[in-house]
Design a protein around this ligand. Structure first.
Ligand SMILES: [Zn+2]
Ligand SMILES: [Zn+2]
Length: 124
């Protein structure tokens, strides 16, 4: 079981059976919202539980982004068509036991850093 929270604790979440699809997203929206690339895990809805009342920003017709309305921490990304939730790995309290599996949207990464690990990369 993974447990996550925002900085102020108003929004908390739990992930049963850990997370999968561990990615670092370099797209412009993730970079704006997180301040850098966004590292996330993914869990099916049945394994994912939110406590508190995050605010949701509808980024596009296909997805929304969830954050704490008090402290502003970016926590969730949800595609309307998927029965699952992506969650911020940086918000996990304690060890995650996970490893990054891929970099995505690398074509949109910032020019101020290099991706210097051996994790597979996808441009889009
Ligand atoms: Zn908060
Ligand atoms: Zn992204």
């Amino acid at each position: 079981m993974l447990r996550g929270s925002c900085n102020c604790g108003a929004v908390r979440f739990t992930v049963k059976d850990g997370g999968r699809s561990v990615t670092a997203c370099h797209c412009g929206q993730c970079r704006k919202q997180s301040g850098h690339h966004w590292a996330s895990g993914y869990a099916p809805d049945r394994n994912f539980h939110i406590e508190g009342d995050p605010r949701w920003y509808h980024t596009s017709p296909v997805a929304k982004r969830g954050f704490c309305g008090v402290c502003g921490c970016f926590l969730f990304w949800k595609a309307h068509a998927e029965d699952g939730m992506s969650f911020s790995l940086g918000a996990i309290d304690g060890p995650t036991g996970l490893r990054l599996q891929k970099h995505i949207f690398t074509a949109f990464k910032g020019d101020y850093y290099d991706i210097a690990d051996n994790v597979p990369q996808r441009e889009d």
